[in-house]
Design a protein around this ligand. Structure first.
Ligand SMILES: *[C@@H]1O[C@H](CO)[C@@H](O)[C@H](O)[C@H]1NC(C)=O
Length: 122
C-alpha cells in the first residue's frame, strides 16, 4: 500500500516535469497569414506556423508541435511564422492537420485549441 502511493506520487511528479507549457489560441486553416521557412517537401503536408515571439531556440522545419482541439490531437512540423498581431497565441495549420482537428469541413478556424512543443528548446 505504501509503495503504491509512493509510486503514484513519483509518477505525478514525473508528469509535472514532462509536461511543457500548453498555449491556448485559435487555429486557422491554411497559411494565408504565414511567412514560411521554405521547408523541404519531404517534410510532408502536416505543417504549422506560430507567432514570431515563440520562435526562441526553435528549429524551423524540424521541431514539432502537438495541437489539441475538442478531444482530438495532431502533430505538425514547425514550418513558418504566423504574422499576426503582437501578443497573439494564435496559429495556422495547413489543410492536413486542420482536417484532423475540425468538427466539419466548413470550418476555417477552430477555437480554443491548445498547442505545445514536443521538444525542449535547443
Ligand atoms: C460545423 O461545426 C461548427 C462547429 O462545431 C458548427 O457550428 C457548424 O454548424 C457545423 N457546420 C455544419 C455544416 O455541420
Amino acid at each position: 500500500m505504501f509503495s503504491k502511493s509512493l509510486l503514484a506520487a513519483v509518477s505525478a511528479m514525473m508528469c509535472f516535469g514532462a509536461v511543457s507549457a500548453q498555449i491556448t489560441g485559435t487555429a486557422t486553416r491554411g497559411f494565408s497569414g504565414t511567412t514560411t521557412c521554405g521547408c523541404p517537401s519531404s517534410n510532408g503536408p502536416f505543417a504549422i506556423s506560430i507567432p514570431a515571439g515563440f520562435f526562441n531556440a526553435r528549429v524551423c522545419c524540424q521541431d514539432t508541435i502537438t495541437v489539441n482541439y475538442n478531444g482530438k490531437s495532431v502533430q505538425a512540423i514547425l514550418s513558418g511564422v504566423y504574422d499576426a498581431q503582437a501578443g497573439t497565441t494564435n496559429i495556422e495549420l495547413t489543410d492536413a492537420p486542420f482536417s484532423v482537428l475540425q468538427d466539419n469541413a466548413s470550418q476555417q478556424t477552430i477555437s480554443p485549441v491548445t498547442w505545445e512543443f514536443d521538444q525542449s528548446p535547443h
